[in-house]
Design a protein around this ligand. Structure first.
Ligand code: RNT
Ligand code: ZN
Length: 426
């Protein structure tokens, strides 16, 4: 068992931290309030290694997405996944949403292909979300299916294949609409397809033209943005699509810019390995109302490692907060590690993301900008360096206590208990 400070020690530590931040013009109470009100969408797929609960009548096709690792006890039923997610929620402060993929449909043992799924297959999820007071987000699933084996779905040259996937996406938007109506706020739908080519396609244009046509058909059904917000996610390369990805950054940037209600998704792992996304925020938001983030951590490639509170996360949230963009940024997580306790993965990655946001909220942005405007670059840099060792952790722990979740250290004890008593006994 890890020993942690008592609640009264945490409060005293916080009072000192509050004074230290106040001295540079930062209001810690306001920061905690904004943090608590900012939703973070947890991805269901960390809990079961992106497998889902589809019922198949033939062999299951893989491909497209892969979680690597063999840690025991992944959720193998929807009830188990909900139970694990609830455990994760108990370890994470603040406003949580839950992000589902189409393959998490519950069809009562029946084979229902993806072009036929309906809101009723997500009734359990909606009831559960309502009970917990959280909202749902959604994703069509364009991978792990026989009709995705060619590597092309919405951009396929085979009209039957393309039609199947168009119908799938249309079905998914109806499900999202039902979710949005049930929860009273928009369900964010992220459209990601794996389409691309391993090596030197002779035709790079045709698939893109077909993809535009597919999306035009899909989005021609208007759904109020009160219920459903659509976002398109670009990617640089994938396994098996190293040379060519149809939905590249330029492609989706163009699509989102020419379609008012379509948001662009920025996944932190979807660019060149040294390319980060923080500088893209203020550029894109000059032209778009909102964006969707997939917060992730790539190690050498788009490896979807569990998010850490590293410089990429600091930079990202600094840009969002400094620009006043929080209300225009939808924050979702996208990482999956099957080699460690999966509830722990959710906990580490979500708490780290929230610390990134808190860190940015505790920044004296005005002071930094004043230094810059006055030509005092060294002073700005010095303050930024000093801030790295300001008592963020004291504010974070106070926030956790107020939110009724375990503080740093204590949450590891809770996680260990669940690991021993539930996960390892499966
Ligand atoms: C894949 C994309 C996509 C998926 C999820 C499961 O490269 O990042 O967002 O990870 O839809
Ligand atoms: Zn993603």
């Amino acid at each position: 068992m890890l020993k942690t400070l008592t609640e009264s020690q945490i409060h005293s530590q916080y009072e000192l931290a509050k004074a230290q931040y106040k001295a540079i013009g930062v209001n810690t109470e306001a920061a905690m309030k904004t943090l608590a009100a900012t939703p973070i969408s947890l991805h269901c797929w960390q809990g079961d290694d992106v497998k889902g609960f589809e019922v198949h009548d033939g062999a299951v096709s893989g491909g497209g997405i892969m979680a690597i690792g063999n840690y025991p006890g992944p959720a193998t039923t929807a009830d188990m996944l909900r139970q694990d997610a609830e455990e994760a929620f108990s370890l994470i402060p603040g406003t949580k949403r839950f992000n589902l993929h189409a393959i998490y449909a519950e069809t009562n043992g029946k084979v229902v292909d993806r072009d036929k799924i309906k809101p009723e297959h997500f009734t359990n999820w909606m009831k559960w979300a309502k009970k917990l007071g959280i909202s749902l987000d959604f994703n069509p699933t364009f991978f792990a299916h026989p009709l995705a084996n060619s590597g092309y779905t919405l951009s396929s040259a085979d009209e039957k294949v393309r039609k199947f996937w168009i119908d799938h996406d249309i079905a998914c938007r109806r499900i999202a609409e039902a979710m949005g109506k049930a929860q009273g706020n928009p369900c964010v739908v992220n459209h990601w397809i794996p389409d691309g080519h391993k090596d030197q396609p002779a035709d790079r244009l045709g698939p893109r033209q077909r993809l535009i046509d597919s999306y035009n058909q899909i989005f021609s059904k208007k759904i109020s943005t009160k219920y459903c917000k659509d976002a398109v996610e670009c990617k640089l390369f994938g396994l098996g699509s190293e040379d060519y990805v149809v939905g590249s950054h330029e492609f989706y940037m163009g699509y989102a810019l020419s379609h008012k209600d379509i948001l662009l998704t920025l996944d932190m792992g979807h660019f060149h390995p040294t390319e980060t996304i923080h500088d893209k925020i203020s550029a894109i938001l000059c032209f778009k109302d909102e964006i969707l983030l997939h917060v992730s951590r790539g190690v050498r490639w788009d490896s979807d490692h569990v998010v850490n509170f590293n410089d990429d996360i600091r930079n990202l949230f600094q840009q969002i907060v400094r620009g006043g963009f929080l209300p225009r940024v939808n924050i979702a997580l996208d990482f999956f590690d099957a080699s460690i306790n999966r509830i722990g993965a959710w906990g580490v990655g979500t708490r780290a993301t929230m610390k990134g946001l808190l860190n940015a909220l505790l920044e004296p942005a005005k002071l930094l900008q004043d230094y810059e405007a006055a030509g005092d670059g060294a002073m700005k840099l010095a303050l930024l360096e000093d801030l790295r060792t300001y008592p963020l952790g004291a504010v974070w722990n106070e926030y956790c206590v107020r939110q009724g979740v375990p503080v740093d250290g204590a949450w590891i004890n809770d996680l260990t208990k669940y690991d021993r008593n539930v996960i390892k006994k499966r």
